[in-house]
Ligand binder design. Structure first.
Ligand SMILES: C=C1C[C@]23C[C@@]1(O)CC[C@H]2[C@@]12CC[C@H](O)[C@@](C)(C(=O)O1)[C@H]2[C@@H]3C(=O)O
Ligand SMILES: O=C(O)CCC(=O)C(=O)O
Ligand SMILES: [Fe+2]
Length: 329
């Protein structure tokens, strides 16, 4: 059902309400793997509930994040600017993208967590153990979900899971803070539409992303052709976002979903999202394994390493359709 249509000078956008798949991971009776595969094929996006990440781990991380974002700008800037890792304010990446947010973008290895904890917190060892506890719990959930995906498409779970468990895996952790935007006329982040943008339209480059938020709305996923679906997220749930690498590894069967966040203009509350981006070791070759190539279907993408893909990604704008560059003729 189309509930609203927004006209912009550049394109017509439709906002559509649909029931986004919500998968109960504690449901041993249901065909969880099958449901996950269907969601990845249709949307590249689903929610998980009863996921086993303890509530207190999420809540403590959220409280620490708000404590950080409540600090003064000079205090936050002590972490160093997001270049690409560190504290960012309204600038996203290195190619001129902007949005109505501030964020912390961090690598997830222990050395980086320890180093950043000293810059972020007055109690670095406590902060370091909170962030490591969160990242390890969510990495565990990401591995469980990857294992279920692998089962669902008939490949050994280790084929996907080891990419995130390898000591050299290249995962990131991001905290996004969207304060209420009260004066929309002063916003520079319209990106061609009528509502300012919090985080512009893009796909995530990694294998998969696990996102949780404090329940303040803003996130939308794309169904293509200018149709956007708002995601209402209960803080007890995680969203699972299929990334570009998983699209390549399944030869296009799973879709890396485009998504965006509208600026926080409708709520007086601050929106906080916490994202784990699961990436493989840099030298991993990304290609579709032969057992996943359907008969009479040739590979859609040329093989590349994650390091190659990252350099391409970071040299381009947020909204770029990066995978086109790696398509086979
Ligand atoms: C403009 C950019 C920001 C980004 C790197 C890029 O050049 C293009 C992809 C962007 C993205 C989107 C998903 C994640 O939030 C992110 C950390 C990532 O891996 O790719 C960001 C990058 C970023 O903010 O540095
Ligand atoms: O903050 C959000 O809810 C989504 C942000 C996002 O897509 C990203 O950081 O890649
Ligand atoms: Fe994203």
């Amino acid at each position: 059902m189309v509930v609203a249509t927004q006209m912009s000078p550049i394109r017509t956008e439709k906002i559509r309400e649909i029931k986004i798949p919500t998968i109960d991971l504690s449901d041993k009776e249901s065909k969880v793997s099958k449901l996950i595969v269907e969601a990845c094929e249709e949307y590249g996006f689903f929610k998980v509930i009863n996921h086993g990440v303890p509530h207190h781990i999420i809540k403590t991380m959220e409280d620490e994040s708000f404590d950080f974002f409540h600090k003064t700008l000079p205090e936050k800037q002590r972490v160093g600017s997001a270049n690409p890792f560190g504290y960012g304010n309204k600038n996203i990446g290195l190619s001129g993208d902007t949005g109505e947010l501030e964020y912390l973008l961090l690598q997830t290895n222990q050395k980086a967590i320890d180093h950043n904890s000293k810059l972020i917190s007055n109690t670095p060892s406590t902060f370091s153990s909170i962030i490591s506890g969160y990242v390890e719990a969510v990495r565990g959930l990401a591995c469980e979900i990857l294992g279920l995906m692998a089962n669902g498409i008939g490949v050994p779970p280790s084929l996907f899971v080891t990419l995130l468990t390898d000591h050299d895996s290249d995962s990131l952790f991001r905290l996004n803070h969207y304060p209420p935007v009260t004066d929309t006329s002063s916003s520079s982040s319209f990106h061609g539409g009528n509502t300012p943008i919090g985080f512009g339209d893009h796909s995530d480059p990694q294998i998969l992303t696990l996102l949780t938020s404090n329940g303040v709305p803003g996130l939308q996923i794309s169904l293509g052709n200018g149709v956007w679906v708002p995601v209402n997220l209960d803080p007890q749930a995680f969203c699972v976002i299929v990334g570009d690498l998983l699209q390549v590894m399944t030869n296009g069967r799973f879709k890396s979903v485009r998504h965006r966040v509208m600026a926080n203009i409708s709520s007086r509350e601050r929106r906080l999202s916490m994202l784990f981006f699961g990436g493989p070791p840099p030298q991993t070759t990304i290609t579709c394994p032969p057992q996943l190539l359907k008969p009479n279907k040739s590979p859609l993408y040329k093989p590349f390493t994650w390091a190659d893909y990252k350099s391409h990604t970071y040299a381009h704008r947020l909204g770029e359709t990066r995978l086109d560059h790696f398509k086979l003729p």
